[in-house]
Write a protein that binds this ligand. Structure first.
Ligand code: GLU
Length: 424
């Protein structure tokens, strides 16, 4: 079984060698600053008490507050959260935003909970996280199987906690202070202090990069296969189809669909929204997830979970380009095989950086009291993501290294400059 944290460390070591990173800085980055492992007790609808495992890993804050999502998924464990937190540190440094790396999660399948159970779980998780997060300390956001509604529950628990502290100390809560508390979480709904453009941001960042590649490589009508049909995958499918690319296959956790002529993405989205799945559209061929990864397409977009392209199947990948909208979808063994075969994989820490970048914009808007239009947000995102991609692409050519190693090299150079003086 692929351990995501071990994979993350391998990626780190590879890039550290390329730039000759100071050994002390390397050692500091290999270990997270703090690990919170918490129990989250929830009263279930049948009156029983269930205790869930929760985590928040604060990996690094040299650049700014810890930043990263909260994931609800049945296989969440400490090694996964540590890897994801580490990747957030690298991701924020790749984008050059003043945020550090963190990640959290609960080991739970939220699809098996009632609405009330989900709310109690999220409010309770927020309560146990509250003493350790804050707008200038650690700023969570949505991730796999979490959304703006869940973020709002967590935010409300945090605000309640802070208000109580202020009340007990006999001070007054200033209106401005209360407003600032909203910045403790990003990915909020628009009427709860969220930013325009945040819901589409992860896919949008990846799409801007894909557009650049298509432009640079003169691909006329690229064919695209997308694995994962959550927020990121679905939005990417819509963006590609609107741009006239041929999206030939998409999949979700229950399997995939394939049409070499191109799928009608509007229909697929409707099917997903009305039935919860993408299968069952008349006349459309169904395929396994594994088959989708090996289709003969120009672009493959893994947009679900870690470890989908591994030492086992990388040899069969026929796509020319991979856009990693998921975190950690390609293992280090797979990276070597893809590089040998000339497949260019745009790494997660760059390809899905649009999400955290717009989270940063949301945080900035909350703290300054401003509200930006969607156009402003997306323009600012493009101004960050496209130059980051171009720098990394150039570096990978100059140094003859894969795009992941180039992205890590850029991030490590920046982190190295920010590293506090080490006296030991
Ligand atoms: N969960 C997203 C990620 O993995 C977004 C994190 C954020 O917005 O803080 O990048």
């Amino acid at each position: 079984m692929n351990n995501p944290f071990k994979n993350a460390i391998k990626q780190l070591e590879k890039a550290a060698q390329v730039i000759n990173l100071d050994n002390k800085v390397l050692a500091l980055l290999k270990t997270p600053d703090r690990i919170l492992q918490v129990k989250v007790p929830v009263k279930m609808d049948d009156g029983s008490l269930k205790i869930f495992e929760g985590y928040r890993v604060q990996h690094n804050n040299w650049a700014g507050p810890y930043k990263g999502g909260l994931r609800y998924y049945p296989t969440v464990d400490l090694d996964e959260v540590k890897a994801l937190a580490f990747w957030m540190t690298i991701k924020c440094a790749v984008a050059g935003i003043p945020m550090g790396g963190g990640k959290g999660g609960v080991t739970v399948n939220p699809k098996e909970l009632s609405e009330g159970e989900l709310e109690r779980l999220s409010r309770e998780f927020g309560k146990v996280l509250a003493p350790n997060i804050g707008p200038r300390v650690d700023v969570p956001a949505p991730d796999v199987y979490t959304n703006s509604k869940i973020m709002n529950w967590v935010k409300e628990s945090f605000i309640e906690y802070r208000k109580n502290i202020i009340k007990e100390s006999g001070c007054d809560l200033k209106e401005k202070q209360e407003k600032e508390f909203e910045a403790v979480i990003t990915g909020k709904a628009l009427d709860q202090g969220g930013s325009k453009g945040r819901d589409r941001a992860t896919a949008m960042g990846g799409f801007y990069i894909l557009q650049k590649i298509i432009e640079n490589q003169n691909l006329s009508v690229p064919t695209v296969a997308i694995q994962g049909f959550g927020n990121a995958g679905m939005t990417m499918a819509e963006l590609c189809s609107e741009a006239g690319y041929r999206v030939v296959a998409v999949s979700d956790s229950k399997g995939g669909i394939y049409n070499p002529e191109g799928l009608d993405i509007k229909k697929v989205v409707e099917q997903k929204k009305s039935t919860g799945g993408i299968k069952g559209i008349e006349g459309i061929k169904e395929i396994e997830n594994a088959e989708l990864l090996e289709l003969n397409v120009d672009v493959l977009v893994p947009a679900a979970l870690e470890n989908v392209i591994t030492g086992e199947n990388a040899e069969n990948v026929k796509a020319k380009y991979i856009i990693e909208l998921a975190n950690g979808p390609v293992t280090p063994e797979a990276d070597d095989i893809l590089a040998k075969n000339g497949v260019k994989s745009v790494p997660d820490v760059l390809a899905n950086g649009g999400g955290v970048t717009v989270s940063y914009f949301e945080w900035q808007q909350n703290l300054s009291g401003e509200s930006w239009t969607e156009e402003q947000v997306l323009n600012k995102l493009k101004e960050i993501i496209v130059p980051a991609f171009e720098t990394i692409w150039q570096l990978s050519i100059e140094k003859q290294i894969d795009l992941r190693t180039a992205a890590f090299a850029v991030a490590l150079e920046r982190l190295n400059k920010l590293c506090y003086t080490i006296d030991t």
